[in-house]
Design a protein around this ligand. Structure first.
Ligand code: FAD
Length: 440
């Protein structure tokens, strides 16, 4: 017997569960599959930083009780991702979503060149599922998108060293907490090393994100610990992860297809965050999918096109801007980056320490901030702390960031105008002239 569903979601991480839940609440039949066992999903990341303000706006359950909830840090709920997911699975099932774990996506099924479902494998057997929409929520694996035909209208690239960062999280506890040591929120930008809240108390997460390889990341971490003379700490555990670093595919939809989350590189690279960004996107485009499914017609690329328009002209344009800005770090010598970051952060840091979930998260450089920054930079140039070459790079990248944002804001209304738009976007991204990732 052939299985039929409205929506087949591949991946039961934060992207898959929210999209599946939204569609089920609208009355559509949803099946979510994940290659991992139910109790194993997303164990790659124990601690996650949720933003309760956004979760409340989107109607998503916020962690409040331990052990799922760990602690509050500024406007963030430090939480255990696997436990939150387990709670969501029960909620989803109560809403009629079917979940199938230890079930892997194998290949897409086409009819007349258009997606009509997928072949999956679970319990040692393959089976076909006919679906009106197949969603790639498979994270960094890009399991579905990467198998699309090249001319399907959605980029098929997979992540490679030029498109991702290797992240190692060290869960540590300071052995002599009274000795000076880095504090939560500290960062060494040139190395992408950061200190995040962990289990609380004297615990924290010492993380590093570098291009190329975990070997590279381990070497850099050892170098930092030695160079900055960190006091002794107990290493409780380490997590090895990938962080996408690529402009998203220029189209998130194709005939019978949609991709989001890590599989579509929906990420804010400066905040190392992708969950909120993806959830916001999914909520924004919920009506497009709901209406298309209710119409009873085939979910063609043309019918779903407004998903692209809605995302890329707004949040997508902001994320593209942020990604372009993040390229600074490839061009400026280590010492200068650290100086720029240390000195400019106090001027531009607007992060709130309030518990007020209704506080909006907005950032804009005021005239006063700009004047302060200008004076600082002129001073550094005179004292040769920053080179003219670096300032030129900053200005170049800043100009490109403005251009890419404007270009995304003009995302084509119709698929017919897409090719020209995509060529122009390619040109602007290529102008970053990113160096190859370092080899060690
Ligand atoms: C170190 C680190 C820390 C981070 N911290 C934060 C944070 O604090 N806050 C934040 O917002 N973001 C954070 N992020 C980013 C965040 O983790 C991702 O944006 C988010 O988890 C992506 O969710 P996803 O559902 O798209 O993918 P995933 O969570 O990776 O889920 C994909 C699922 O698909 C399944 N799958 C893969 N292939 C197949 C297949 N062939 N068949 C079936 N199933 C398949 C996988 O088993 C997996 O369960 C962090 C990222 C890293 C690397």
């Amino acid at each position: 017997m052939v299985e039929r569903v409205d929506v087949l979601v591949v991946g039961a991480g934060t992207t898959g569960v929210y999209f599946g839940w939204l569609m089920a609440k609208k009355g559509h039949s949803v099946l979510i599959i994940d290659k991992d066992a139910r109790e194993k999903v997303d164990q790659r990341l124990e601690i996650i930083h949720f933003v309760p303000r956004v979760m409340k706006q989107l109607g998503i359950p916020v962690p409040t009780e331990p052990p799922e909830f760990v602690l509050r840090y500024k406007d963030i709920a430090v939480s255990r991702l696997p436990l939150w997911l387990q709670r969501m699975y029960k909620l989803l099932e109560a809403s009629g979503v079917r979940l199938d774990f230890s079930c892997e996506f194998k290949e897409l099924i086409y009819d007349n060149g258009r997606i009509v479902g997928a072949r999956v494998e679970g319990d040692g057997a393959e089976r076909d599922i006919l679906a009106r929409l197949v969603v790639d929520a498979s994270g960094i694996a890009c399991a579905v998108r990467s198998t699309l035909p090249k001319d399907y209208g959605v980029d098929t690239w997979k992540y490679d060293p030029t498109r991702m960062f290797y992240v190692i999280l060290h869960y540590i506890k300071w052995k002599e907490p009274d000795k000076p040591h880095p504090k939560v929120g500290d960062i060494i930008p040139s190395y992408f090393q950061f200190f995040d809240p962990g289990y609380g108390g004297d615990d924290c997460i010492m993380g590093i994100a570098v291009p190329d390889s975990f070997v590279n990341a381990e070497k850099m971490m050892a170098e930092i610990i030695e160079r900055y003379h960190y006091p002794p700490f107990e290493l409780k555990k380490r997590e090895f992860n990938y962080f996408p670093l690529s402009p998203p595919p220029y189209s998130l939809v194709g005939d019978g297809f949609f991709c989001a989350g890590d599989s579509a590189s929906i990420i804010n690279p400066l905040a190392a965050r992708g969950i909120v960004e993806t959830w916001t996107l999914l909520k924004n485009v919920e009506p497009e999918f709901d209406n298309a499914l209710k119409s009873g017609e085939y979910l063609s690329k043309e019918r779903l096109w407004n998903v692209n328009v809605k995302h890329f002209r707004h949040e997508g344009a902001d994320l593209a801007h942020t990604l372009m800005i993040a390229s600074f770090v490839h061009f400026i010598p280590e010492k200068e980056i650290n100086l720029l970051f240390d000195q400019l952060r106090p001027i531009v840091d607007t992060s709130t320490s309030s518990d007020d979930d209704s506080a909006p998260e907005e950032f804009a450089l005021s005239f006063g901030m700009l004047v302060k920054i200008l004076f600082k930079v002129i001073g550094w140039l005179f004292r040769r702390k920053v080179s003219l070459k670096s300032i030129k790079h900053v200005l170049r990248i800043n100009g490109l960031a403005g251009r890419i944002k404007k270009h995304y804001q003009r995302y084509p209304e119709e698929p017919d105008d897409f090719e020209g738009w995509a060529r122009k976007a390619d040109e602007i991204w290529a102008n970053r002239r990113l160096p190859a990732p370092p080899r060690m």
